[in-house]
Design a protein around this ligand. Structure first.
Ligand code: BJ8
Length: 424
């Protein structure tokens, strides 16, 4: 049956048949994992709607903005400072990379043993399945892990790519490098958008992105109540959607969700059966529609109360200081904030251990599930240190390595159930 958006998708050069197949699978998957939940908040209807229109209405908004002269910048990493893009009048979208549907195409040009996230974005592009990628005027890559770094070289043959260099250590010279990269990015964005960034546009953009972080921080504080008032899956969805929804609208809607949640917390209402084990996830990001592990955890007698991840607290924990009104000071503030990101690509990365222990204690978790995508060396290797640090703090950890396929569902469920029982 023709879809209202077929014409738009055709213009974006999508493979319509394959794309319809993707939407069908996504809809079914979403129904099973999300809409089957009991006691969801009314405010989740907004997120359900956004997700149901993920390739429709939001793409239409992007197309309309482009027609009005705006530029769309796509990213794969929380290191790319959205404040710069917004200050130049652009729109930034986090590209998802959470499904394996384009793997066959991706494996024609990438080694099979590449992390699922990388294969996913390459596969989406080669299979012509992602209207976000096709809407981008520029896609910003970064030199975080080796896999991404090298994949962008190949990806650049298929899409307009700009790569930011990310330092791997946190010494003074690394900060200098990062500052020069932020300034280089600023110049590139000004060139693409045709707009000069001013002190007032940057100030406004910093505030806007901080407001979105603040509302997600509020959501995280509220979800930590006991009894747990919202599922981990629903909070993960809010974090995932934060990467591509309009930031002003998203912040307002999540504010309303938080108001509703606050009332629920005051009434002492929970959303999961009494005795559910509080669990925290830690590790690789979970991009849309990667909901496999959260679903398994929350159908195994546990509830997720926090995600130590880039689609989680790593992206929302730190604000940019809103001090200073000249451009230089604001750039310094941006540089400082982004240097605090504790991605496993850094060495050493001791602040991540401290942050995990702090978070696990604050959230009063029974255990931590460390999640690594298969073939992701930074997180897989760092899992050893995380387990050691948690062990010292008396908090048990289960290390899971998986990808986007459904083949290991049963095996994962058995391991998660055993872990949940052990922590009880
Ligand atoms: S700041 S976590 S978003 S790099 S999972 S592609 S690391 S092999 S995603 Fe990340 Fe930025 Fe770091 Fe966050 Fe490589 Fe690992 Fe794959 Fe990864």
């Amino acid at each position: 049956m023709p879809n209202t958006y077929d014409e738009m998708w055709e213009k974006l050069n999508l493979d319509l048949d394959a794309h319809n197949g993707l939407l069908e699978v996504l809809g079914k998957f979403y129904g099973d994992i999300y809409q089957s939940q009991q006691g969801r908040l009314r405010g989740m209807e907004y997120l359900d709607f956004v997700l149901s229109e993920v390739h429709g209405l939001r793409i239409k908004e992007l197309q309309d903005a482009k027609a009005a002269g705006k530029k769309v910048i796509g990213t794969f990493c929380v290191f790319v400072p959205e404040e710069i893009v917004l200050a130049a009048g652009g729109i930034q979208v986090g590209l998802c990379a959470g499904a394996e549907i384009g793997n066959e195409e991706a494996e024609k040009i990438l080694p099979r043993n590449t992390c699922a996230l990388i294969k996913s974005f390459v596969g989406f592009k080669l299979s012509r399945l992602c209207p976000y990628i096709e809407s981008c005027d520029v896609i910003v890559g970064e030199t975080t892990c080796d896999g991404k770094k090298k994949a962008y070289e190949i990806f650049a043959d298929h899409a307009p790519v700009y790569v930011m260099e990310i330092p791997q250590m946190k010494n003074a010279c690394d900060r200098d490098l990062w500052k020069s990269e932020v300034l280089r990015f600023k110049r590139a964005v000004e060139e693409v958008t045709g707009n000069k960034i001013t002190a007032s546009s940057l100030k406004e953009a910093i505030h806007l992105v901080n407001e979105r972080r603040r509302v997600l921080q509020r959501l995280n504080r509220l979800r930590a109540a006991s009894p747990v008032p919202i599922s981990g899956r629903d909070v993960l969805l809010a974090n995932q959607i934060s990467f591509y929804d309009d930031p002003v609208r998203f912040t307002a809607k999540i504010g309303q969700l938080c108001d509703e949640l606050e009332e629920r917390v005051k009434r002492g209402e929970g959303v999961v059966p009494e005795g559910s084990v509080r669990v925290m996830l830690s590790g690789c990001p979970m991009a849309v529609p990667n909901w496999k592990l959260p679903y398994i955890v929350e159908s195994s007698g546990a509830v997720i109360v926090g995600e130590e991840s880039c689609i989680g607290t790593r992206n929302t924990r730190d604000l940019v200081a809103e001090t200073g009104s000249d451009l230089d000071q604001m750039i310094e503030n941006l540089v400082d904030r982004y240097m605090r990101i504790d991605c496993a690509c850094f060495t050493p990365n001791t602040e991540r251990m401290d942050n995990i222990i702090q978070m696990a204690r604050d959230l009063k978790v029974g255990g931590v599930i460390h999640y690594g995508l298969s073939f992701c060396q930074p997180y897989a290797i760092e899992a050893y240190k995380v387990e050691k640090a948690l062990g010292k703090a008396g908090i048990p950890m289960l290390s899971i390595e998986t990808d986007y396929s459904m083949e290991d569902m049963e095996q994962l469920k058995t391991r998660v159930e055993a872990f949940v029982e052990m922590t009880r």
